[in-house]
Design a protein around this ligand. Structure first.
Ligand code: DGJ
Length: 730
């Protein structure tokens, strides 16, 4: 039983194969976070987690007889007003204008399996035996507010999925101002805060900073998880490496405004919180209503960042991603965007498809510009009607011709946006998010549709299904090219405007759910100006997401390195593009671009006719290689062997099959060095006592390879690809 309750001690033990998460009910009413870390079999002495300092004049208690202030207790679900001065998980305002909530333990319930989260993406269990869920109920006696904390423990993942449901059991409207999904604790502050930060075309670069007696937070107020921050943080002991050190990962399955925060108290304990960003948030909960907060997933790893990442990868790849393409092999695609931008016609697209087919590509993706009168990015979003000037036989005709070549056909949409120069805007200006009497903020000449509105979603559903039903479309790229900066909803009253950004997300998820249910075989790829919404919320609907608009092989090393801390390799949309690279101007060999792009959902995005005959042959071979190693790269265990943020000379990464009988080490000599020292890259994840053949030759033991390493070849010239294939010999 992964979840046990010790009635005498009033302690809940949540056991994953290698970790334990322990909660206790103190003084019969406070729910405390007692322990999270390496698996322990018993937890009896709750006193160990109580602070050595009790109460003084500056730490209030909420009831007189308490020995401790809630301000020093590890409150599992801290509320504003409960005498805890730290940042709360819950803050609400009541009809009398007061904002105090005191939640006391009521009871618990344990059941097999895992229920879906109403209206929100979440991890799932495929059957009742895979997981167990604990629900703990807390209640505020004065207002009747009930909070249900939910914890799912998976039998085969070292992860805890947490979420919170709030029910208004009283008779007044409750104005929720803040409701976070997870609070947990570290019991000293000797940790580094690790997170993923970036910008457009430079997403998810790893960053680390030590904790001090302060609050470190990352967030998004863009109604999108954003290029700038990712809804993920990890707290690691200083000097933690890929293979050693304690790491606590915390991620949120949500695509909108979020906050991830580490707050160090005066007693050096650290409160970790993640959830919807309280900034600008509000939710009016009427009597009898319920609000569901997004799911957070916690992973503790005793053996460094690599172990944490591999746990996240496997869980998200197999129990967050859904649909046919969770498991089915994804096609190698060719996307026309960087080949043509808006300047294409049917002939050009067919020409690309023909060349692509000859080289072994399987799916032609027609990107932006096929609808309305979209010759540039300043018009037509919302007018999802084929532009017959470019495609005289329509999408249907083009799809038939592409299919006749033996290729699959895929199409780009940007459903959430609307151009002011569009028939849709002329008919429904009120559907765009804008505040009456104010000029809306503009970005890429486009406004955003209010996805919280049912009529907007119905229109998009009707338009998209009309197109998807009219042709053989097997893939959709769902793009979103700006963030919301002036949130407002014309259909919400004044007191509910704080709901607009979360309602937007619920609306987006609702539309995505309707589409994936109607087209279970459709491969959906998420995108937001590259990786502006590369998050777990979107991964629930689209098993791959375009990782960055920067396709330069060297820049991608850092982007893909950071992304892999939380997100599975199979999620990373990654293409070979033209050189000089359109974003950096850098020239790298096609072999190297292919090697880097293979650490993801692979494709091409360039004018194939500009490749030399030699390069075309290389591309053919590259596709064969990718297919040969598909299972390794998409389902294998991923190991980061070097850190490209620190090592600018060479990079290496590795995929190991689940049975450890095969491994693929890929890498790049970034900069050539005369008389450079020899480089030995220790590989990981092999069977120590097994013998492996390296590139069909040399046979060495797993132990020798893991300790002695592979000899990284020194080559003349920058940006040279490296590949080692290791196979167990029996
Ligand atoms: C941004 C995406 O990241 C690109 O790949 C491309 O689809 C453009 N949008 C099209 O506008």
């Amino acid at each position: 039983m992964p979840i046990q309750y010790d009635q005498k001690e009033q302690v809940f033990m949540l056991q994953t194969p290698k970790t334990s998460y322990v909660l206790g009910v103190y003084e019969g009413k406070y729910l405390l976070h007692l322990y999270y870390g390496k698996r322990i079999e018993r937890y009896a002495a709750m006193q160990h987690r109580l602070p050595t300092h009790g109460i003084n004049g500056f730490s209030a208690t909420d009831v007189e007889e308490s020995k401790y202030s809630t301000n020093v207790l590890p409150m599992e679900f801290p509320c504003y007003g409960s005498a805890d001065y730290r940042s709360p998980a819950f803050h609400a305002e009541y009809e009398d204008g007061s904002a105090v909530t005191k939640l006391f333990y009521q009871g618990y319930h344990i059941e097999s399996g895992k229920k879906p989260l109403c209206g929100l993406p979440a991890t799932y269990a495929e059957n009742e035996l895979e997981a167990e869920t604990l629900e703990i109920t807390l209640k505020d006696a004065v207002t009747g507010l009930v909070v249900v904390l939910s914890y799912t423990v998976f039998n085969s993942f070292d992860a805890i999925a947490k979420s919170v449901r709030v029910q208004n059991g009283g008779d007044q409207t409750i104005n929720i101002k803040s409701l976070l999904s997870s609070t947990s604790y570290l019991f000293d502050k000797d940790y580094e805060f690790v997170h993923l930060a970036g910008a457009w075309a430079r997403e998810r670069h790893i960053q680390k900073q030590p904790l001090q007696n302060s609050t470190i937070l990352i967030d998004s107020k863009r109604v999108s998880s954003s290029h700038m921050h990712s809804p993920f943080m990890a707290l690691a002991r200083p000097y933690t490496t890929e293979t050693q050190g304690d790491v606590y990962g915390c991620s949120l399955i949500y695509s909108g405004n979020f906050i991830a925060r580490a707050e160090t108290s005066e007693l050096d304990t650290v409160r970790l919180s993640i959830g919807i960003n309280p900034f600008g948030f509000g939710w009016c909960l009427n009597p009898g209503e319920e609000f569901q907060a997004p799911e957070a997933v916690l992973v503790y790893a005793a053996n460094g960042f690599g172990e944490m990442s591999r746990t996240y990868h496997k869980l998200y790849r197999t129990r967050l991603c859904r649909g046919k393409f969770r498991d089915a092999e994804r096609p190698v695609l060719i996307n026309n965007w960087e080949a043509t931008y808006f300047d294409f016609n049917e002939e050009k697209i067919l020409d690309i498809a023909k060349s692509a087919k000859k080289l072994g590509m399987e799916l032609l993706v027609l990107d932006d510009g096929w609808f309305g009168k979209r010759d540039s990015d300043n018009c037509s979003l919302g007018d999802w009607v084929t532009d017959r000037r470019k495609l005289p036989d329509g999408i249907d005709g083009l799809a038939k011709k592409v299919t006749a070549l033996g290729m699959q056909f895929g199409l780009w949409f940007e459903p959430e946006c609307i151009s002011e120069d569009s028939d849709l805007y002329r008919a429904h200006p009120d559907w765009a998010i804008q505040i009456p009497g104010r000029q809306p903020n503009r970005s890429r000449y486009q406004l955003i549709l209010d996805m919280g509105r049912e009529d907007v979603r119905d229109y998009l559903y009707e338009r998209m299904t009309a197109i998807l039903d009219s042709a053989n479309i097997e893939y959709v790229k769902w793009d979103m090219n700006r963030h919301i900066s002036d949130v407002y909803s014309a259909v919400l009253p004044k007191e509910r405007q704080g709901e607009a950004s979360h309602r937007y997300m619920l609306g987006l998820y609702d539309l995505l759910e309707r589409l994936v249910s109607r087209y279970p075989d459709l491969l959906l790829e998420g995108c937001s100006g590259g990786g502006g919404r590369f998050d777990l919320g979107m991964l629930y609907y689209s098993p791959q997401i375009w990782c960055s608009d920067d396709t330069d092989a060297v820049e991608r090393l850092s982007v893909q390195y950071g992304t892999s801390f939380c997100y599975p390799i199979s999620a990373v949309g990654s293409h070979v593009s033209a050189v000089p690279n359109h974003q950096t101007g850098r020239i790298t060999p096609v072999e190297t671009r292919g090697t880097v792009a293979m650490a993801g959902s692979f494709g091409y995005e360039l004018d194939l006719n500009l490749l030399s005959d030699g390069e075309k042959e290389e591309v053919k071979e590259q596709i064969k290689t990718f297919k040969k190693y598909y299972n390794l790269t998409h389902e294998g265990e991923y190991y980061r062997l070097t850190n490209p943020m620190e090592n600018r000379l060479y990079a290496a990464w590795e995929f190991v099959s689940q049975d450890q009988s095969e491994a693929l080490v890929h890498g790049m000599q970034i900069l050539a060095q005369p008389s450079g020292p020899s480089i030995h890259i220790p590989v990981r994840g092999l069977k120590a006592d097994a013998m492996y053949e390296v590139n069909g030759e040399l046979v060495r033991s797993g132990r020798a390879l893991m300790h002695g390493g592979l000899n990284f070849p020194r080559q003349t010239g920058d940006f040279k690809a490296v590949e080692f294939y290791l196979k167990e010999v029996k």
